[in-house]
Design a protein around this ligand. Structure first.
Ligand code: UDP
Length: 382
């Protein structure tokens, strides 16, 4: 596995560390269970490329799996030198990102588009998180449909789970420890603070809600968990200023990124997770929250319509108008029991994701190259 852009060992939820880091760790864990030995190379591209060039690793690896286009470049080189197949996961695509830019976001450069196009051509298999991502690969990058495989990412269900006594009881426990009010409406935001994730839309929606229902102010808490990433208006300080300007500074709780065990407590404590993202290749936090029994209000973009079952495990909102998010929030404010009801369905939905077909992609890539029979044999791919 190659990840030269960011290390899976970094704390996700801030800077360049996000879902991809978690994805790589979870995928490696699943493959290990299947008896596939995974070695990871995480470093800056400038360090890894000479390492690939100067060391003879031929015969050591059966296959290279690169993540994100920067690793794809190293992956191309490594796969060619070592005579093994290349499997590549884009995670995000410049052309898709540029089509859904938020105000304050900088467009991805042409060099990235070119680099991605080269990696798409070189890869024996491309893994896509959803059918939509597979379509984007064909439409925007002219990928060979025979080489694209959809692999839904899974989340750690041991860590992200509801309380054994039920969703409602679990919520009460999760709220008691940090001293959150038991009867409060708690819409939670989790993720890297950047314009693309649109935490500002949540704040504007809350301001609208409170303008129309002033008494709700007594029983609403809006936690925003995550750290700065990139630049733009949605940086934490910018968000804090926005909250103050909107007159809701007293109900928003800004929290730095936390480890996933603590994050699971935040999910369990929340009434609903809100993801108004402008673009999202999958949205792991949506599945993590649902696995904890918390429904999700999400923008109808990217992989979110797959991650969230509209009307069942959450609510999908077309566009980014705060008024629409405020309306979706009313539903949870007016009928608190809805949170627990949808939460039960959310658990079932989250459990439907997993890495079931991940190893099949490797088998197919090996077969394409004619590198042996491509089946699992004594713990190694042959
Ligand atoms: N995350 C975390 N701690 C935080 C905030 C986020 O560990 O305080 C993790 C979260 O559990 C999830 C990942 O960061 O697995 C974010 O992934 P997602 O796909 O939602 O978004 P991305 O960062 O890839 O855009």
């Amino acid at each position: 596995m190659l990840s030269v852009h960011t290390s899976p060992l970094h704390q996700p939820g801030t800077g360049d560390a996000g879902g991809m880091n978690v994805y790589i760790v979870e995928l490696a864990k699943r493959l290990a269970v299947l008896g596939i030995e995974v070695e990871g190379w995480w470093s800056a591209q400038a360090c890894v490329t000479p390492w690939v060039k100067t060391h003879s690793w031929a015969g050591h690896y059966d296959l290279v799996h690169s993540h994100y286009w920067l690793s794809g470049h190293v992956g191309r080189l490594a796969a060619e030198r070592w005579g093994v197949p290349l499997v590549h996961a884009m995670h995000t695509m410049a052309k898709v990102k540029n089509a859904g830019l938020a105000d304050g976001d900088t467009p991805e450069p042409a060099a990235r588009v070119l680099g991605e196009t080269q990696v798409v051509r070189a890869a024996d298999r491309l893994t896509a998180n959803t059918g939509k991502e597979a379509e984007d690969l064909l439409r925007h990058y002219d990928a060979d449909p025979g080489r694209v495989a959809v692999v839904h990412p899974g989340v750690d269900l041991e860590r992200f789970r509801s309380d054994a006594r039920g969703v409602e009881a679990g919520r009460a426990v999760a709220r008691s420890r940090p001293g959150l009010p038991q009867d409060a409406l708690i819409p939670l935001f989790v993720g890297r603070i950047q314009p693309l994730k649109a935490p500002d839309v949540l704040l504007r929606a809350v301001a609208r809600l409170l303008a129309e229902r002033p008494r709700l102010r007594e029983r609403i808490v809006v936690p925003v968990v995550g750290g700065p990433s990139g630049s733009g208006l949605a940086e934490p300080e910018g968000l804090q200023k926005l909250a103050a300007r909107l007159g809701i500074g007293d109900v928003v709780l800004f929290r730095p990124p936390v480890g996933q065990d603590r994050l699971a407590d935040w999910y369990r404590a929340a009434s609903v997770l809100v993801m108004p993202s402008h673009s999202e290749s999958f949205g792991l936090v949506a599945v993590e929250a649902q696995a904890c029994g918390t429904p999700v209000i999400a923008a109808q973009v990217g992989g979110l319509p797959v991650a969230v079952r509209d009307g069942v495990s959450g609510v999908l909102v077309p566009g980014h108008d705060p008024a629409d998010y405020a309306r979706a929030l009313y539903g949870f404010a007016d009928t608190p029991a809805r949170s627990a009801r949808m939460g039960e369905a959310a658990i079932r939905h989250a459990r439907s994701f997993g890495w079931a077909s991940a190893a099949d992609v490797y088998t197919a890539a090996l077969l394409r190259r004619g590198s042996g029979s491509g089946v699992l044999h004594e713990g190694r791919l042959r």
